[in-house]
Design a protein around this ligand. Structure first.
Ligand code: HEM
Length: 492
């Protein structure tokens, strides 16, 4: 097999070693330091396709504007994201086969969640303030710096705030419900490794065993079944738009579920787990990456605080009433700070994974055979000097300065200005791109910015050592340090 794969890809240059046996050295290096392998490949072959050895396969990486555009725009039956997920995440066994077969939840997130953002925001803010009070403020005493373990604390805050919009009170505060949703990421990550060890014909059995052992689907079902039943009862009694119907993810999913299996309690529970899987870890990691930047570079605290007070007024964002959502849009520096943090410290070294379904010819003439995964390399692209000046340096105001310059020069056209926002995918790979670009990024951006605004207006933060803690890498996946503690002090 290795020989066959080697021959079918021999026209593609390799980052690191390219031989049948020597490539294992690179695959080992990729496991330990994926970022540097991809950076070396990118520098050497920018504008081309290059391949990188993994233990069990080659992955091709597209670099440069033209090839990335090919990757973004190829139709699903040619370059498939779903098929890539089956290979890379063993998604049929870890996420559930039905999630791939009927992805109606993606439409719900893309259209209904985004459309309802302004309406549900006060609820989200209320939960965020209450969760931050419960998990941070109660531990603080006047004028004393108190260490808070950032990843653990903010994943819980994100879980509560997000689930206020997904399932509402009181379940968004239920420990069992939150813990199941937070654990599901581990279920997927370790389940990928576990089921990946079995040959194809045994994977369904291995997947079943894995799900039963972890038991998260069952546990989530137990917590949400009474709520589903109650809502069904109201629908039967008063019709689909019954009075006081909750305007949340569970209702939207129940309304959109394709008739048949998708409408069962079991299927809705799996769908809720998956939506949480997509939303929680991504948002909390992105937040903590930015928090580490903020706490290690104190000058930004005053800059961002000043901007927030200018735009939001003297209120401290202590409650949802202090909030007017369009004012957050005016906080360009805060938006820029997150975009810059995510540019340098995002979810990992690989994005836009797609499986080649039929022979695919890139615009430079390179042909990829079916069966291979092709992806983009965000960390390498985001450090490209031709795209970003002083690319290796953190400049929290990089994007807001350019936005302001455009306005000052009278050149501000809407398209150019939108490209500099956190949620834009132009020259920016953290949210993927093309038809699969993250549909939850507008929701995520609102949560991230409002949570940071609340922190900055209510607390001082710093790091004991003053140094930003090193990220944790697992193959191509990147996470902010899970051990590091940020020192918090209440402002009043
Ligand atoms: C900062 C937080 C987030 C980051 C960094 C992030 C990143 C991504 C990335 C890189 C992709 C793959 C895109 C591609 O391959 O082209 C993706 C897809 C997706 N994300 Fe997010 N995401 C975030 C938050 C969310 C949230 C909050 C939700 C849901 C509310 C969500 C829902 C989805 C869905 C449904 C997809 C699949 C889209 C499709 O299949 O077409 N994401 N996200």
């Amino acid at each position: 097999q290795a020989l066959r794969r080697h021959i079918s890809l021999r026209h593609i240059p390799a980052a690191g070693h390219g031989g049948i046996f020597s490539s294992y050295i690179t695959s080992l290096r990729f496991t330990i330091n994926a970022e540097s392998v991809l950076y070396d490949g990118y520098k050497k072959y920018k504008g081309r396709i290059f391949k990188v050895a993994q233990m069990d396969r080659w992955i091709a990486f597209a670099s440069g504007d033209a090839l990335l555009e090919n990757l973004r725009t190829a139709p699903e039956h040619v370059l498939s994201m779903e098929a890539a997920m089956v290979d890379l995440l063993q998604s049929d066994y870890t996420l559930g086969e039905e999630i791939r077969r009927d992805a109606y939840h993606v439409g719900v997130i893309r259209h209904i969640l985004s459309k309802n953002l302004a309406v549900i925001l006060p609820e989200i803010l209320d939960e965020m303030v209450s969760a931050t009070d419960d998990l941070i403020r109660t531990n603080l005493s006047k004028d004393i710096w108190v260490p808070i373990r950032a990843t653990e604390t903010f994943s819980k805050i994100v879980c509560r705030a997000t689930n206020r919009a997904f399932i509402g009170l009181p379940l968004c505060r239920d420990e069992e419900y939150c813990s199941v949703n937070l654990q599901f990421t581990n279920h997927v990550v370790f389940g990928t490794v576990f089921t990946g060890m079995f040959p194809s014909f045994l994977k369904p059995v291995a997947g079943q065993i894995w799900s039963k052992v972890y038991g998260l689907q069952e546990r989530l079902l137990r917590t949400i079944r009474p709520i589903i039943s109650e809502r069904r009862h109201h629908i039967q009694e008063y019709g689909p738009s019954y009075p006081d119907k909750p305007n949340d993810m569970l209702s939207w999913l129940m309304d959109a579920a394709t008739p048949g299996h998708c409408q069962t309690d079991e299927s809705l529970a799996v769908r809720m787990l998956n939506v949480n899987f997509l939303a929680l870890h991504t948002t909390s990691s992105t937040f903590v990456h930015a928090l580490y930047h903020l706490a290690s570079k104190p000058t930004y605290i005053n800059i961002l605080r000043e901007e927030l007070i200018d735009n939001l007024g003297p209120n401290r964002l202590r409650s949802a009433n202090d909030w007017v959502s369009d004012k957050l849009e005016k906080c360009w520096k805060l938006d820029s700070f997150f975009k810059e943090s995510q540019r340098l410290n995002g979810m990992g070294a690989m994005s836009l994974p797609r499986k080649v379904m039929v022979p695919f010819t890139f615009s430079d003439g390179t042909v990829l055979p079916p069966g291979i995964i092709v992806a983009a390399a965000p960390t390498a692209t985001h450090r490209d000097e031709s795209l970003y000046n002083n690319a290796a340096e953190f400049d929290g105001l990089r994007f807001s300065k350019t936005r302001e310059n455009l306005v000052m020069q009278g050149k501000s056209d809407k398209i150019e200005e939108e490209r500099l926002r956190l949620t834009s995918t132009h020259n920016y790979l953290s949210f993927g791109g093309g038809r699969h670009a993250c549909p939850g990024r507008f929701f995520a951006s609102t949560i991230l910015k409002s949570m940071m605004a609340h922190v900055i207006l209510n607390y001082d933060v710093k790091l004991e050592s003053g140094q930003r803690p090193a990220d944790e890498w697992y193959g191509p996946m990147c996470m902010p340090s899970r051990k590091a503690k940020v020192l918090f002090k209440a402002l009043e």
